[in-house]
Write a protein that binds this ligand. Sequence first.
Ligand SMILES: NC(=O)c1ccc[n+]([C@@H]2O[C@H](COP(=O)([O-])OP(=O)(O)OC[C@H]3O[C@@H](n4cnc5c(N)ncnc54)[C@H](O)[C@@H]3O)[C@@H](O)[C@H]2O)c1
Length: 448
Amino acid sequence: MNRRDFVKNSAITAAGIRFLPSEKLFKDKSRVRLAFMGTGLRGQSHLENAIRRSDLEIIAICDVDDHMLQMASDLFKKAGKEVPPIFTGDPHAYRRILELKNIDGVLIASPWEWHGPMVLDSLQAGIKYVATEVILGITLEDHWNVVREAEKQKAHVMMLENVCYRRDVAAVLNMVRHGVFGELLHLQAGYQHDLRDVKFNNGKDGGPGVEFGDMGFSEAKWRTNHSVHRNGDLYPTHGVGPVAQMLDINHGNRFLSLSSFATKTRGLHKFIVDHGGENHPNARVGFKLGDIVTTQLHCANGETVLLQHDTNNPRPYSLGFRVQGTKGIWMDVNKSIYVEGQSAKEDDWEEAKAWLDKYDHPLWQRWSKETEGAGHGGMDFFVLHAFVESVKKNLPTPMDVYDAATWSAITPLSEASVELGSQTVEFPDFTSGQWMYRKNNFAINDEY
Ligand SMILES: NC(=O)c1ccc[n+]([C@@H]2O[C@H](COP(=O)([O-])OP(=O)(O)OC[C@H]3O[C@@H](n4cnc5c(N)ncnc54)[C@H](O)[C@@H]3O)[C@@H](O)[C@H]2O)c1
């Protein structure tokens, strides 16, 4: 079954797909007109991939930072293309983009606190396809507002969660769907990435330092402030996105409850003292974010999930995936797998490579050439590709507004749990009961 038949069938047979195909369903577009909001480092990476596509026209770019706009403009010039109209001058300049005619979609790569307002304004302006970088919003209310508005406008909101397309992760999803691990029981993941050099730097060029806020560059300008004021899993989606796809969350399964535990807060202050001295003004900043935040989730179908957020201390990068079921287990940190009755040695790890190759996802088999040069080992190609193809075909995006809200709402929920002394909090059902009927159309074939 191809994607169109799958979606058509699901839409007709399952009341669960809430965005019924519009009358334009079968009118394919060959070219998509997209506007970019936020052209910092991530926006530029998406721009590089977008500029390469012949089916994509970038009709506007927007940012509040001249340096970032210059870097973005240079990408067009380097590719021998005209720089599109630039919208800038004030934090709400992006709203003027929404008045443009013939705009098919927007791609948002601004700081976290701007995603909710930009998505909401875009939906209210009648934009039917909105792509946003992770995460969707700050408060739980932000998430509900976006879900309700997308439903009202019959519009599609896709969070650009690229790790769902990571090659080993996609192969493991394929294995899960082929029953290699039996019935799933427990999954682990996290954002375990030493970000101290991202959170602190020296101004325009982003060299090492201990500055943040107005004196920082790129994410140090805004991301670090979240560590000053918030305590919870601030960046859950790279871990939970792939895990949620494997567990069919919002598609026959859902998260029921969550509890989070935060360690003490040491790493960021220590970094400032070590690199700027104890008399540096930033050494007086009180950070709120616990260095390691551990979150447990319970699912309607009986599985558990453990997520970790760990960005403020020395450690090698790892998203820490573990997928465990009644027949076996895969872990990415030791790149190993064990499948009962099939692994070479009983009760012993074997290298996962042969399994990952055997179950290489059809998407990677088809598009691996196109992924070359795209960021993060090629997985960045797929998020943009999936969004653009959905617009062209006027079909739902493979990751939708319910996925975006569910994965990203872990942040405010974990903050609430930590605040309540790690009490278990109820997980909202953004689908309003439709999770029981909705079919998962993520990565179901080799199209997008
Ligand atoms: N998926 C991934 O692998 C990945 C990787 C890096 C970053 N990200 C995400 O991408 C987003 C952007 O991160 P980044 O690293 O590019 O940060 P960045 O600071 O380099 O870029 C953000 C840009 O948004 C601009 N901006 C701020 N307010 C604005 C406004 N009101 N209107 C228009 N532009 C505005 C800033 O000037 C800046 O240029 C974040 O959500 C981040 O978490 C995702």
